[in-house]
Design a protein around this ligand. Structure first.
Ligand code: PBG
Length: 326
C-alpha cells in the first residue's frame, strides 16, 4: 500500500530520535592536525592570513604535540620551513633538517601515542618555490622523483610513521615505496596527495610555509579543477603504485571527487581541507557574517558525509575542543 504523504519529519521530532538516525559522525579521531616548524625561529610566529595558526620553533614542538594529543587527535602533519633554500632543495633531505629534527623529537617524547605524518615536497626548500627540480627551464619529473624518495628516506630514518608526497610528480608513490623498502622501512606508510588540484585555495598556505613559486605556476603538475576523470586516473595510479591512503585536495569544492573515490576504491580516503577554506570561514566569522563553530562543523560533517575517512584540517584543535564539550 502506498501512503499519500511520506512524513519524513517524524524522525526529526526530538533530539534523541535525530541522534538515532544520524548517518554521519564527527570526532577528534577523524582529524589530522597540520603543524608548521621553522628552523632558527626563536618564538612562535603568527601566520597573517590564517588566524590562530602559528609557525613553531623546534623548542615548542613537544608542547604543541602534547596539546594536540590531549584533544584526542590521533595524527599530525608536519611542514618545515628551512633557513636555507637552494635549487636542489637539499635541506629537505638533510638528516639534520628541520622536519627530521621535529620528527625525532616527537618520536622520542611520544612514542606511538601520535601518528607522525610529514609532507614530502620540495617547494618550501627550493629557491624556485617549485615542487620539483628544474632542468632546462622545465620541472623535470624523473630527477624530482629521486629527490622526493630521498626526502621520504630521511624522514623514515628520523622515525616518521607516514610520508605524504604532495609534489604531484608522476611515479612519486612507486619511487618512494621502492626506496623505503630497499632501505628496510617497509612499515612506513604512504598517504599520497593523489589528486591535488591546481587550486586557488592554497594562497594562505604559501604565506604560512613560504612556498609560492618564484615564477610561473603549478599548472604543469597539479590536476586541473575542470577534470574529474583525470583526478580518478591520478588516484588509480597511486593505488597501483602501492599507496596506503589516498587523498583528495582541496576538500570543499571537491566533494564529488571524494564521493567518487570512496565508491571506486577500498583504501582509506583522506580529504585535505586547505588553507583557503579555513581562511574564508575565519574572515567571514570575524566580520560577524557567519557563526564560526556552526559553519566549521557543517563543513567538516559534509566532508565526512561525502566519504572521507579522515580530514587534514587547520580547524583540528578548535573543532576537537568543541566536539569534546558537546
Ligand atoms: C606544497 C603544498 C601546498 C599545500 C600543501 N603542500 C601548496 C601548493 O601546492 O602550492 C597547500 C595546503 C593548504 O593550502 O592548506 N606542496
Amino acid at each position: 500500500m502506498s501512503y499519500p504523504l511520506r512524513r519524513l519529519r517524524r524522525l526529526r521530532t526530538s533530539e534523541k530520535i535525530r541522534q538515532l538516525v544520524e548517518e554521519t559522525t564527527l570526532t577528534p579521531k577523524d582529524f589530522i592536525c597540520p603543524v608548521f616548524v621553522q628552523e632558527d625561529l626563536k618564538t612562535r610566529l603568527k601566520v597573517e592570513s590564517m588566524e590562530e595558526i602559528e609557525r613553531l620553533p623546534l623548542d615548542d614542538v613537544t608542547d604543541e604535540i602534547g596539546t594536540i594529543s590531549d584533544l584526542g587527535i590521533p595524527a599530525v602533519m608536519l611542514f618545515g620551513i628551512p633557513s636555507q633554500k637552494d635549487e636542489e632543495g637539499s635541506s629537505a633531505f638533510d638528516d639534520k633538517g628541520i622536519v627530521q629534527k621535529a620528527i625525532s623529537q616527537i618520536r622520542s617524547n611520544f612514542g606511538d601515542k601520535i601518528v607522525i605524518m610529514a609532507d614530502v615536497c620540495l617547494c618550501q626548500f627550493t629557491s624556485t618555490g617549485h615542487c620539483g627540480i628544474i632542468k632546462e627551464n622545465k620541472i623535470d619529473n624523473d630527477t624530482s622523483l629521486e629527490t622526493l624518495a630521498n626526502i621520504a628516506l630521511s624522514q623514515a630514518k628520523a622515525g616518521v610513521d607516514t610520508v605524504s608526497p604532495s609534489a604531484m610528480m608522476d611515479g612519486q608513490v612507486s619511487a618512494i615505496r621502492k626506496k623505503l623498502d630497499d632501505e628496510g622501512f617497509t612499515d612506513v606508510s604512504i598517504m599520497s596527495h593523489s589528486a591535488k588540484h591546481r587550486s586557488n585555495f592554497y594562497s594562505p598556505f604559501r604565506d604560512a610555509a613560504e612556498c609560492a613559486p618564484k615564477f610561473g605556476d603549478r599548472k604543469t603538475y597539479q590536476v586541473p579543477y575542470t577534470n574529474s576523470r583525470e583526478a580518478m586516473m591520478e588516484v588509480e595510479t597511486d593505488v597501483n603504485e602501492g599507496v596506503d591512503i589516498v587523498m583528495i585536495k582541496p576538500a570543499l569544492s571537491y566533494l564529488d571527487l571524494i564521493a567518487e573515490t570512496r565508491r571506486r576504491f577500498n583504501l582509506p580516503v583522506a580529504a585535505y581541507s586547505v588553507s583557503g577554506e579555513y581562511a574564508l570561514v575565519k574572515a567571514a566569522s570575524k566580520l560577524g557574517y557567519v557563526n564560526e563553530k556552526d559553519i566549521r562543523e557543517e563543513i567538516l560533517y559534509s566532508i565526512k558525509r561525502a566519504g572521507a575517512d579522515m580530514i587534514v584540517t587547520y580547524f583540528a584543535k578548535e573543532a576537537a575542543r568543541s566536539l569534546q564539550e558537546s
